[in-house]
Design a protein around this ligand. Structure first.
Ligand code: AMP
Ligand code: GLY
Length: 428
């Protein structure tokens, strides 16, 4: 499709971005791969460069100097700040929505408004700019004993959702948020009905008009085994999700993703890039919990190991105009993939940095195992050290969930890091 090779820049430094880099690095047509800022794992397959995404001019300058044909933006923050708009204005190709389209994630009130307009199956919800009205809404709409979801409107690094067990807890969460717990992000607060059921994440690659299904997964958000304890960025995941039958996936496309894509296009803010639909499978059918405007982390670390199609070519197609993805079909490895996240002891609270990690090579040399790095760096002796909360994601493939799981945990057994913790119940 493209005669010569293409240089690519990936923005981000987590396990998701390592997986994006890995899938790109084995795509036909790849030229040089760069990552800003990257981590110790990405250094093995890409050139990590210290260019700050907050400085769009610096990124644009870097792209011009290095003949970058495509920029892939991993995390939500640069998308919410409009990095893709700046790149496109400079004539560069970027994977990721515009600032305006990224509001599907950066403003939950905006997201619910679009869903209301397009009749997307959703929990009962309302948004408020001040505490008194929010509390009256709770009082009038929730029985004592019924759970109440209180959410900050804006980006809050996965910490902006409180599931209150009663009115008192809901009022407390409302006050905290309006008192500025999340700064500007909680200047608007949403109250939602608490949905019950199993959660799942579905991914789509979008060109402004077409949403191409791009795998699915289930992640484990809590720190503790049995889904207890604090919320984290995600302690593990698996793909595919058994409950996401063809019929359920078709419902998500027809009732959730396609109407929203049409509405965004009609508003003159078409959605391009990865769209992540977080859904609840309820007894009344599938309902939308959230949209994210990027791939999931750690779900990417279980979706990309299963992709057989040329990733670079797909990403290029997604940026070549509305409708370009219409006739594209993807090839997947039918096997299951599980990833287990190793985090620093203490995460998601305070944790120590700088401890050495050994045995990564031995783990990643195992067949059907991939070790993706998040918070890692090399120390003065060139040894890998832990520098973040989530540090590694160890992915294993298998004919079904059980062997995928055994493989991932066997690989984990090769990794020697005394300050590392992980859940033993991923995929059970
Ligand atoms: P969000 O940031 O909106 O994705 O919410 C994060 C997590 O909070 C979701 O993955 C769910 O586990 C939970 N959650 C959010 N909204 C609801 C809801 N209306 N009912 C039940 N759980 C919810
Ligand atoms: N795994 C959840 C997220 O990426 O937001």
């Amino acid at each position: 499709m493209y005669a010569s090779t293409m240089n690519v820049l990936v923005i981000g430094s987590g396990g998701r971005e390592h997986a994006l880099c890995w899938a790109l690095s084995k795509s036909g047509g790849m030229g040089d791969l760069f990552c800003a800022p990257g981590n110790a794992g990405m250094e093995e397959i890409a050139r990590c460069v210290q260019v700050d995404w907050k400085n769009a001019d610096a990124i644009i300058g870097f792209c011009r100097d290095h003949d970058i044909g495509l920029v892939v933006i991993g995390p939500e923050a640069p998308l919410a700040e409009g990095l893709s708009d700046a790149l496109r204005s400079a004539g560069l190709r970027a994977v990721g929505p515009s600032k305006e389209a990224a509001r599907l994630e950066s403003s939950k009130a905006f997201m619910r408004e679009i869903c209301e307009e397009t009749k997307v199956p959703s929990p009962r919800n309302a948004s408020f700019k001040e505490s008194k009205q929010a509390k009256s809404y709770v009082e009038a709409n929730f029985q004592e004993g019924e759970k109440i979801v209180v959410k900050a409107d804006g980006l809050a690094a996965g910490k902006g959702v409180v599931i209150a067990e009663n009115h008192g807890e809901a009022y407390e969460a409302i006050d905290e948020m309006f008192d500025g717990k999340f700064g500007e992000a909680s200047a608007c607060v949403l109250i939602e009905e608490c949905l019950e059921g199993e959660e799942a994440s579905l991914f789509y690659l979008c060109d402004g008009e077409v949403a191409l299904a791009f795998g699915n997964g289930r992640d484990y958000k809590r720190i503790g085994e049995g889904n207890v304890g604090a919320n984290t960025g995600g302690m593990g995941a698996y793909s595919p999700v058994g409950e996401l039958t063809e019929e359920v996936c078709a419902q998500v496309e027809e009732k959730i993703v396609n109407p929203v894509l049409r509405s965004m296009a009609a508003r003159g803010t078409p959605f391009t890039g990865f769209l992540y639909a977080g859904v609840m499978l309820t007894p009344d059918g599938v309902k939308l919990l959230e949209f994210n405007v990027r791939m999931g982390d750690p779900e990417t670390q279980v979706v990309l190991p299963r992709l057989r199609s040329n990733f670079l070519e797909l990403l290029l197609t997604s940026c070549s105009g509305a409708g370009a993805l219409r006739d594209v079909s993807l090839e997947w490895d039918p096997r299951n993939c599980i990833t287990v996240v190793m985090a620093s002891q203490g995460y998601p609270g305070e944790y120590e940095k700088g401890a050495r990690i050994e045995g990564i090579e031995s783990a990643s040399s195992m067949k059907d195992v991939h070790v993706f790095h998040a918070g890692t760096a090399r120390d003065g002796d060139g040894e890998i050290i832990a520098t973040g909360g989530r540090v590694l994601a160890v992915s294993g493939l298998g004919e079904s969930l059980a062997p995928a799981r055994s493989r991932a945990y066997e690989a984990l057994g090769h990794i020697k890091w005394s300050g590392g913790i992980y859940r033993r119940d991923i995929g059970t």
